[in-house]
Structure formats: C-alpha cells, structure tokens
Ligand binder design. Sequence first.
Ligand code: ADP
Ligand code: MG
Ligand code: ZN
Length: 477
Amino acid sequence: MEFEPVIGLEIHAQMATQSKIFCNCSTEFGKPPNANTCPVCLGLPGVLPVLNKQVLEYAVRLGLATNCTIRLDSQFARKNYFYPDLPKAYQISQFDRPICENGWLNIDVDGQTKKIGITRIHMEEDAGKLMHGEGEGDWSYVDLNRAGVPLLEIVSEPDLRTPEEAKAYMEKIHSLVCYLGISDGDMEKGNLRCDANVSLRLTGQEEFGTRTETKNLNSFRFIQQAIAYEIVRQREELLDGNEIVQETRLWDSDKKITYSMRSKEEAHDYRYFPDPDLPVPHIAQDWVDSIAASLPELPDAKRERFIHEYGLRPEDANVLVAEQSVADYYEEVVAHHANPKTACNWVIMEMGRVMNETRKSIQELGISANHLAELIGLIEDNSISGKMAKTVFEEMLQNPQAPHAIVESKGLKQISDEDALGRQIDEILNNNPAQVEQYRAGKTKVLGFFVGQIMKATKGQANPQVVNQLLKQKLDS
Ligand code: ADP
Ligand code: MG
Ligand code: ZN
C-alpha cells in the first residue's frame, strides 16, 4: 500500500503596525506585562473597536501579491470561545467575508515550479499570553500586551504534497511579507508561524484522509521536520490498521516528535456572527488599484529579471531574490561593474556562508558592494588568484578596507608578467638539469615539480596558468 501526503498550511503573520488593530495601544515588544493595554483591548464593557486602516492596507497588499480577489465589503466576525487569554471571550476575526480569497503563488522545489492555491487571507486580532509558574505564588498570570495585535491569517489549499514543498511555501510567504514591508517575518519571535494540516490517502484515491493539525511551528526546519514526522506516524498507524484521529498536535523540537494536544472532541462551535460593533469597511476599487500600483518588484519578477539581465541560473536567482536585502546588495555589486556571474557566486557562496555562520544580515557583514566588486575585479584581471581572494575576503570581514590595500599590505599580488616569470623559470630549469632530462624523456609528471619550485620561489604569487603555459613552452622547445 502506498500513501500520498496531503498538506495545507494556516499561517499567522503579525503585522508591523505601530498600534494595535482596534485601539491605539502600542504593539511594541518587550514592555512590562499589561503596559500596552486600554479598555478596548482589555475587553471592558461599553467600549468600541475602531479598525486600524493600516491593517486593511497591509491585507490588501498581501492579497494583491498572492493573486487574490479583494473583497470591497469584507466583514469582521466574532469567533466565540472561552480561554483566559481572551478577555472578551471572543476573538474579532473574519468568517464568511474575508478580505482576500482565491489566490495562488508559485513555489520552486527541485527545479520544478508548482502553483499552490490560497483559499483566503483574513484579518484578526491576536490573543494575550498566559504565564504559568512565573511571578509570585502558585498563580497563573495574564499579559494582554499582545491582545489586539494585528494578524493576517493565510490559509492554503491542501495542494502541498511533501515537507519540502511546505517549507518552500512558507519561505515564499516569508519572502513576500518582508518584501511588502507588512511584517518583520521574525519567526523566532513568533511573528510568522504556521499550523500544518497533514493527512494521508491511498495513492490514486480521490478523497482526502483524516487530518491532524500541528500548531505553532515557528521555523522553516520545524515545519519540514514536523510534517515529515506526521507522515511517518500516520503511515504506521494506517498500516497497523488503525484510524487517524482528527486532533490538534504540538511539535516537541527537542524530541523531534509531535504529540496530541487535544482531540477535536469539541468539533469547535465558534458561533461566528458578524461583529455589530464594527461597520463593514467599504473600500473603493480606486484605493485597491493605487495599492497595486505601489507594490515593489516582487521575488518572482525579480528572479525572471535576474535570469535575463544577468544570465544567472534559475536556482541561483532564487537564492538571491529570497531576501530583498541580498538581492539589492547583489545589484549594487553588479552596478559597480563586477562580472554578474562571479558576483552571484561570491554573494551566495562566500557571503551566504558567513551570513549563516554569524546569523548576520548581508549589510552587517560590513563589506561594501563597492569593495566586493573591486575584489571580483582583481580576480578577473588576474591580479590575484581565487585562493588569494579568499584570504583577502577573510581579512575584509575582520577589518573593512579596500581589497587593493589588503593585497598590498599582505604582499598578495599575483605575478602574471611573462618576462618576470620567464626569468624565474629559466633559472629553475638551469638549476635542475636532471629533471629537465626526465621531462624530455617523456616523464611529463615532473612538470608539477617545476610548478612547485616556482611557487616556492615566488611565495605562491605566481599565476599558475601563466607558469604552466610558459613551462610547457620552454620544455617542449
Ligand atoms: P479549520 O479552520 O477547521 O482548521 P479548514 O477547512 O479551514 O479547517 O482547513 C484548514 C487547513 O487545512 C487548510 O489549509 C486546508 O488546506 C487544510 N486541509 C483541509 N483538509 C485537509 C486534509 N484532509 N488534509 C490536509 N490538509 C487539509
Ligand atoms: Mg485550523
Ligand atoms: Zn488597547
């Protein structure tokens, strides 16, 4: 029996607004508990929520960037449930009239492009936070600083089939919200997180199997690992003849397992109904059009442009455009006349490696685009070898300065001058007549010996290509 995984993600993105969604409390992170609260977000009686227009605009931006239909008369609804972190005992969300619907985006996995449907994007408020075992006494405390912080929930169609596709989809959403400037996308802080719905069905079968929902995955790696784990777990259950229980699960990132949080016994009746306190925000098509016109160049378009303008391979262009700051930096390097393909390699391989190791942004590495372009120029005109360039690069990371200054102070200049090298080669050939004999008798391997001698004599500065070529010329003549 073979099974096919079916995966759909519900992503929550915290909007990067100054104030909350229905009051003017600050959204600033790290304030003392309940410092950012007011009667509205505390849920006191007799107050009225007022929609933050910025949230509406951000939702429209994301909807346009993901090919959604924008609803001009979307509606807020109350989602009723009881939990101590929810002061009103309902969350203001959207139900049957969400702001964005029927969109899609493309993901790239293993060189294949796949279209993933987006069911809907809606606006809602975040809940507060419970603190257990902190503070005085055997009490649980409630911090409502986060209550009313604006979120967009992005619901995908069940179009994903592998953990890798799910990860690529999440990366695309991350990239988009950052490009659009609507969220900082900081997954470690939980500002972008997702719930992964996973089910299996027999290969070839039409209808979906029973799914589980693993909540609050806040890293690309966790998404991939948790889904992979669920696929294996469900497969074993099914092969054992058991049924999958529809339930909510959590990811234990230490043990690398998912575990049951609650079964769907509630089958949640949220008793949604339109929120009578919030008028329908009628928006004008003109306003939507002006937002559409103001969108920046998005990752897919940038990728196509990079492929055509700079002759890059699609997979390299993908890496460059994932983060706007990296893409911008790359273009700046090229604008300083660096060879586009060499620049691409340096940004992806060398700078990418250091960014991963140090967890710094490309700007924080402290190497100006100008300097990287100069370094690439030195390689291209054979002033330094690729190996020397890496030494210079390491030095630039330690101490930001122009590459030519490092080349001079370290005496790294590559010698490509044929006359100078020719004289050195003549001397070495004269001093080693036995080896010259061997070479001429057909033992061409001694060429390596001569190259080594010249490298030694020039302290590694001789251009190996020129040396090889000159040596052969002289020995074969
Ligand atoms: P709910 O709001 O109860 O979680 P939805 O119908 O809105 O349920 O679906 C939530 C997510 O689950 C969507 O991303 C959807 O694509 C996905 N999904 C729905 N059915 C399945 C299934 N059988 N297997 C995997 N994912 C599913
Ligand atoms: Mg759900
Ligand atoms: Zn408030």
